[in-house]
Design a protein around this ligand. Structure first.
Ligand SMILES: [Zn+2]
Ligand SMILES: [Zn+2]
Length: 417
């Protein structure tokens, strides 16, 4: 479930309410659109309701790490997956609630800023440890599933820090949101709370202008879009290290105005990849597809077609599998789009992490292919964002060339992942 964030407009300061995954922030007051730079874990606080007589400087902010995303396990002879959505305490040695439970989702959280005058307790547990604990709580770790792990990937992740505000009253540590007593403030707790820092300016979110860096026309995109489009010069841009950079892209014409253009990352493997996967014919043979391998397949470079948007893990793998197998049927396109398109909300680097899981999913004989995963080298040579035309049949979107189908409810649900 998405968090709801109370942010102020970077241009005019007006209050705006955002979803956790929103990047393109349109202000209803001044009309300016800003793009929030990603990377690093954003810092938020639960909104405190601390009594007025407690000085704001005395507040103590305790860090929790939040993970959200899908995990894929190629284990034994199976490809398994789970969705993780957890918020866990990121300091050790203190008797504090281990998780924030549903609290961050039940209220509007606020980005940490200069108005947070208290002390921020330093995180002492690494994200990897918190993450490993979260995975152990999933069904993937049921005792009967102790087979050999060939490959693991975490895709579509969000990582953020959420602080729980606390204060001290009569030697008791009090929850600053619910006013419930957490425990007596003894010397041990006091000393670990001393490992803290004041708010730092570098924690604040940074924003980019949404005018096209090439032609200065306004770029377009939906709130959760990670790729912005300039309709004037037909360039597509992604944010990298705090700047917009243009990406290689194509749109394949649907020959029909009513088509929805849905984005995929086409990841073409390079020469450094393992010898078992040099071309499309190798892929068909390795995964044992029930098709006749043709001469042309030997000359066709192998591309994986990975959804550039979030879907539930099983649909994500299935869609990538079907499109990758049917790639011969997809014609070439060009960098020009005018009709309706679906936003990119899964970054290219996450799509690259999905390659081995998609290969495993595509294999008819998991027993043969899964043990190879650890040693296989899949090196991307070229990554292109390709919009494929899908016909809207009411319940489903059907890809014109391959007949790969996406359920409209599944697309809507994916936006919330
Ligand atoms: Zn504004
Ligand atoms: Zn432009």
């Amino acid at each position: 479930m998405d968090l709801v964030i109370q942010q102020s407009c970077p241009s005019c300061g007006a209050p705006i309410v955002l979803n956790e995954t929103d990047r393109l922030i349109g202000c209803p007051y001044c009309g300016v659109k800003n793009y929030m730079i990603g990377g690093g874990a954003c810092r938020f606080s639960l909104p405190d309701k601390v009594p007025d007589h407690i000085p704001r400087e005395d507040l103590i902010y305790v860090p929790y790490l939040r993970f959200k995303g899908s995990i894929y396990y190629c284990q034994g002879h199976e490809v398994q997956h789970a969705v993780i959505d957890t918020t866990r305490l990121a300091i050790d040695g203190l008797r504090l609630p281990g998780s924030l439970g549903l609290r961050p989702q039940a209220m509007k959280i606020v980005p940490v800023n200069a108005e947070h005058l208290g002390r921020f307790v330093r995180q002492t547990i690494e994200p990897d440890t918190v993450f490993a604990q979260a995975i152990k709580l999933t069904a993937l770790f049921a005792p009967e599933k102790k087979q050999q792990l060939h490959h693991r990937a975490f895709i579509g992740e969000t990582l953020s820090r959420i602080y729980l505000p606390l204060y001290v009253k009569n030697d008791m540590l009090i929850d600053g949101v619910t006013h419930s007593e957490i425990g007596r403030l003894n010397s041990l707790i006091a000393s670990s709370l001393e490992n803290s820092t004041a708010f730092q300016k570098s924690w604040e979110p940074r924003f980019l202008s949404t005018l096209c860096p090439h032609c200065a026309a306004p770029m377009t995109g939906e709130a959760d879009a990670l790729v912005l489009h300039c309709p004037n010069c037909q360039r597509m841009w992604v944010e990298r290290d705090g700047c917009f950079v243009p990406i290689d892209w194509q749109n394949i014409d649907g020959e029909d105005e009513a088509c929805l253009a849905i984005p995929f990352w086409r990841i073409t493997l390079g020469e450094e990849s393992s010898a078992e996967l040099r071309n499309f014919a190798d892929f068909l043979r390795l995964t044992n597809q029930p098709v006749v391998v043709k001469k042309d397949d030997e000359n066709l470079a192998l591309s994986f077609w990975i959804p550039a948007f979030k879907l539930t893990p099983s649909l994500f793998l299935q869609t990538a599998h079907y499109l990758t197998v049917s790639q011969r049927r997809i014609p070439a396109g060009e960098a020009n789009i005018t009709g309706r398109s679906y936003p990119v909300n899964l970054p290219q680097q996450e799509a690259v992490q999905a390659l081995k899981s998609v290969l495993a999913e595509s294999a008819l004989s998991k027993k043969r292919v899964l043990p190879l995963l650890a040693s296989l080298k899949l090196t991307p040579q070229k990554i292109t964002l390709v919009y494929l035309p899908f016909r809207d049949s009411g319940h489903d979107f059907i890809q014109r060339h391959t007949l790969v189908t996406l359920n409209s409810a599944a697309l809507r649900f994916g936006r919330k992942l």
